[in-house]
Design a protein around this ligand. Structure first.
Ligand code: PLP
Length: 386
């Protein structure tokens, strides 16, 4: 049997029947938009995250944009993002009228380097064109960004801190999730993410009541919040009082039904992911340029198992010929992307991101990857001599 890059089938075999029951219930009650499962899932997600609130939305990209809009980030603002991440982290910034400022990464964790962040903030202040407003830290490949260090910097400069945890939702530092340090955490339920649904979906977890009110408004066309409505005169439904320019970004009820079942086993799956990652680490250490490094006290959700190899492209072709799929996250850092190379604020030195884009390669990974399949993959990697 062909080895899948991410094996979604193994989980379906395990909980497929209960997911189908959940979907059938939605088909029977017919509340496809904002049905009861959406509320139930949001409550369960908040419980998992240890947050006061969880707000679901249409995808992980909207989740970040909703937070920026809710925090009032816009024209003239600088938003600091890592140069080495999925494009969505930076994409939402110009959508709000603000500008992304790229920050280089730590060579071992691939996450935003706090020292480089400090330098980028200083460069933007010296340039004087933009006002530093927010930092979006990314939990790349599943490992939490260095929130203790980054939050010290954002506090010192009066900036908002957003955790883009699309890949790392559920990750921890000394047992604490990113929301311990961030104003809000966003995530994605794209099927291949550690907590995925059967289509598109996303969410924000947060503790701030006032921010939640604004997110609810922005999620559905900028409708009046109870606070807005209390100060305004109108005779029609509050729903048709549009106080701000919003979006349409709801999680489908059917996807919420899927996620209720998946979230129920998510903590256990995060544990299984540790076992699979450990097996890879032990088998591959010393045979490739580097195996993933997870900092002391950090627990990764292993959205990807990413190694480095000096002849990355050669290894990829060699593995493909042996029937082993791989992926490169990410071949081009964001500041070099044609759609983003006009954003030039910051220090300009993004050399770590540029170097990593040439050597990273991700191997097949899922919580249900068997030791047997893994040794096949490991043997193939070891057989490649550059
Ligand atoms: C997947 C991803 C997103 C976007 O999620 P979608 O649900 O696909 O919109 C944002 N940031 C990061 C780091 C991601 O990996």
């Amino acid at each position: 049997m062909a080895i899948p890059f991410i094996d979604l089938g193994a989980q379906r075999e395990r909980i497929g029947a209960s997911i189908e029951d959940g979907i059938k219930k939605v088909l029977a009650h017919g509340a496809y938009i904002m049905g009861p499962e959406v509320r139930t899932f949001e409550a369960n997600l908040a419980a998992f995250a240890g947050s006061k609130h969880a707000l679901s939305c249409a995808n992980g990209t909207d989740a970040i944009e909703l937070v920026l809009l809710g925090l009032g980030v816009g024209k003239g603002d600088a938003v600091f993002v890592p140069a080495f991440t999925f494009v969505a982290t930076a994409e939402v910034v110009p959508m709000t009228g603000a500008e992304p400022v790229f920050v280089d990464i730590d060579p071992k964790t691939y996450n935003m380097d706090p020292v480089k962040l400090e330098a980028a903030i200083a460069a933007v202040k010296a340039e004087g064109r933009l006002k530093p407003a927010a930092v979006i830290a990314v939990d790349l490949f599943g490992q939490a960004a260095d929130y203790p260090a980054i939050s010290k910097i954002t506090q010192a400069h009066g900036l908002f801190l957003i955790a883009d945890s699309a890949q790392g939702f559920g990750c921890t530092i000394d047992g604490k999730q990113p929301l311990e340090w961030a104003h809000a955490t966003s995530t994605s339920f794209y099927p291949a993410k550690p907590l995925g649904c059967y289509g598109d979906g996303g969410a924000v977890v947060l503790n701030d009541d006032a921010l939640l009110e604004r997110l609810i408004s922005f999620r559905v066309h900028g409708g009046a919040t109870p606070t807005d409505a209390a100060t305004m005169n109108y005779t029609h439904e509050a729903k048709y009082l549009n106080v701000r320019i919003g979006m349409n970004s709801r999680l489908d009820t059917i996807q919420a039904a899927v996620l209720i079942e998946k979230l129920a086993i998510f903590a256990e799956e995060i544990d299984l992911r540790q076992t699979v990652a450990k097996r890879y680490n032990e088998a591959l250490d010393g045979y490739v340029t580097s195996v993933p490094y997870v900092k002391d006290g950090y627990v990764s959700t292993w959205a990807q198992y990413t190694i480095e190899h000096e002849n990355r492209d050669g290894l990829q072709v060699f593995l493909r010929e042996k029937g082993i799929p791989t992926a490169v996250y990410y071949p081009i850092p964001l500041h070099q992307q044609p759609g983003y190379n006009m954003f030039t604020s910051g220090t300009g030195d993004l050399s770590v991101s540029e170097a990593k884009a040439k050597t990273v390669i991700s191997l097949p990974f899922s919580p249900y990857l068997t030791a047997e399949t893994q040794s096949q993959i490991v043997a193939a990697v070891k057989a490649f001599r550059a």
